[in-house]
Ligand binder design. Structure first.
Ligand code: RTP
Ligand code: MG
Length: 138
């Protein structure tokens, strides 16, 4: 069993597809074991995406991520980190596989509906960024 952090980004919440996104996770064997809706401040978004702070898209990304409410979740399942990334699809929705969340719902490389942790170490720090151990129904 593995745990990963998932975020339904502000564009996904605005598009009213929270249910569709969660359905895709649940139908592929991932279980929601923690969930919360919140709006990040610009500073909190900068902290969350600090690995990208030197990237040209950092300012735009953190404006976008703090532009409205998001749904943050901990997903659990066998191989949850890789499975979540597979269900999400490629960062650039134009290159994402058919049937992935980003292929079906994203509208730009930035507004790509979901975030998912990319490795066990980042999953650990990202989960701890939003949840205390008492929030997680493990
Ligand atoms: P995420 O971290 O959100 O799960 O996405 P990812 O791993 O697939 O992609 P990453 O390289 O970590 O980029 C983080 C997010 O930044 C936005 N982005 N914009 N304008 C651009 O060229 C660009 N590139 C990336 C996307 O929202 C991407 O998901
Ligand atoms: Mg990433």
């Amino acid at each position: 069993m593995e745990q990963t952090l998932s975020i339904i980004k502000p564009d996904g919440v605005r598009k009213n597809i929270i249910g569709d996104v969660i359905r895709r996770f649940e139908s592929r064997g991932l279980t929601v074991i923690a969930m919360r809706m919140l709006q990040m401040t610009k500073q909190e978004a900068q902290g969350f995406y600090a690995v990208h702070k030197e990237r040209p898209f950092f300012d735009s990304l953190t404006d976008f991520m703090s532009s409205g409410p998001v749904v943050v979740m901990v997903l659990e399942g066998p191989d949850a980190i890789a499975l979540n990334r597979k269900i999400m699809g490629a960062t650039n929705y134009e290159e994402a596989e058919e049937g992935t969340i980003r292929k079906d719902f994203a509208s730009s490389i930035e507004s790509n509906v979901v975030h998912g942790s990319d490795a066990p170490e980042t999953a650990k720090t990202e989960i701890a960024y939003f949840f205390s151990s008492l929030d997680i129904m493990a």
